[in-house]
Ligand binder design. Structure first.
Ligand code: ADP
Length: 364
């Protein structure tokens, strides 16, 4: 069903006795069985068992602490995101289905000429839903979802980062089907800055590209496509022009995630207001749609949150004694007030840059 959460590597590895730092697994895998080294639920049949054996085998050589880091910090836990949670972006949803989800769910149909892409890039202004899309894909593709921000690779894990990247791909292959989501990919794949480029970040980038290539060559060397580990690198960036050419070419699909169209803003506003007491008429909502031209999805969320504070702000100190049912509904005026404080985070000129890059390099 579409509500099935992505499997997590944590569950399977816990089942293998790989230490997971005592951090509880996400709720849907937190059966006590999985942490006692017993079978993971749903893995009783032999097919699944051999997958676990594969995991165990390929983890030889992976540093225990690094495996722990991957399980605890990189495998995504938490609420699955559904398509319906994401307003608009129909073209992007369609592209993700075709490029990622169908190949993951029907590997038998996607071989030979239809061999699936190993890389897809989502680019566009910040706060437009790229991360949400990636999480929805993980939910729909019933895959293990690894998520890492490239800037944390270069800062937080510096020193360990090459090892981490190697281990990440190893675990992802073992836990196939897997999606490796890399946010802020620009900071990992930036065009070589010649002398100025740090040796360590150059090495990290090279390691990432080598690991990424190994996915494709593994596929080419095996007759039986269905046996192949299915691992896709899904990446997001607000700075697509910073990605160097070699890396750009590997993202076979480059999908523009634009600012929301009027219909999308309408959908999002209605979605945000659906469980809120409010007195906005359909005409006023339509006017809000006009007024939020240039706002990103996250700007609109911020706007609605700020406007929702309006009824409380107008109470002043009475807030502390007013019963809940006597709080006035949100009004159009609350939104108008908030529009002056919550401003769009992308400028018109900034937007032009994205459109230009999309024309030149985007997938259609
Ligand atoms: P990005 O990765 O593009 O920077 P996110 O996916 O992290 O943006 O979105 C940030 C927040 O903005 C989300 O948590 C959500 O509240 C809101 N948002 C952005 N785009 C949308 C959308 N299309 N539909 C619904 N909410 C959105």
């Amino acid at each position: 069903s579409s509500n099935t959460p992505p499997r997590t590597a944590g569950a399977a590895l816990a089942g293998l006795g790989v230490p997971t730092n005592g951090t509880p697994a996400p709720s849907y895998t937190s059966s006590p069985d999985t942490r006692n080294g017993a079978a993971v639920p749903g893995t009783e049949n032999t097919d699944e068992m051999s997958k676990e054996e594969k995991v165990l085998k390929s983890l030889v050589g992976v540093d225990e602490n690094i495996a722990k880091t991957i399980m605890n910090e990189i495998v995504v836990k938490g609420d699955p995101v559904q398509w319906e949670d994401i307003a608009g972006l129909e073209a992007a949803k369609r592209a993700l289905k075709e490029t990622v989800i169908y190949p993951f769910l029907r590997p038998d149909l996607f071989s030979g000429l239809r061999e699936p892409a190993r890389g897809m890039l989502l680019f566009g202004p910040p706060g437009t839903g790229k991360t949400m899309l990636a999480r929805a894909v993980a939910t729909q593709a019933k895959s293990t979802f690894f998520s890492i921000s490239a800037s944390s690779l270069t800062s937080k894990y510096l020193g360990e980062s090459e090892k981490l990247v190697r281990a990440l791909f190893t675990v992802a292959k073992a836990m196939s089907p897997s999606i490796i989501f890399v946010d802020e990919i620009d900071s990992l794949m930036s065009a070589r800055k010649g002398e100025g480029e740090h040796e360590s970040s150059r090495r990290l980038k090279t390691e990432f590209l080598i690991q990424w290539s190994s996915l494709a060559s593994a596929a080419a060397g095996n007759e039986n496509d269905e046996e192949q580990p299915r691992v896709l690198v899904l990446a997001a960036t607000n700075l697509p022009w910073d990605i160097d050419e070699a890396a750009r070419r590997r993202f076979v699909r480059r999908q523009y995630i634009p600012l929301p169209e009027p219909e999308t803003r309408m959908e999002q506003l209605n979605h945000l207001l659906r469980r809120q007491k409010h007195g906005l008429t359909p005409e006023q909502i339509a006017e809000l749609v006009e007024l939020t031209d240039g706002y990103s999805g996250s700007d609109i969320t911020a706007l609605a949150k700020d406007a929702a504070m309006g009824p409380l702000r107008s109470l002043g100190e009475d807030l502390l004694i007013t019963p809940r049912d006597q709080i006035r509904p949100m009004s159009f005026d609350d939104f108008k007030m908030s529009l002056s404080t919550v401003r769009p985070s992308v400028s018109k000129e900034g937007l032009k840059e994205f459109e230009k890059w999309d024309k030149e390099f985007g997938s259609r």
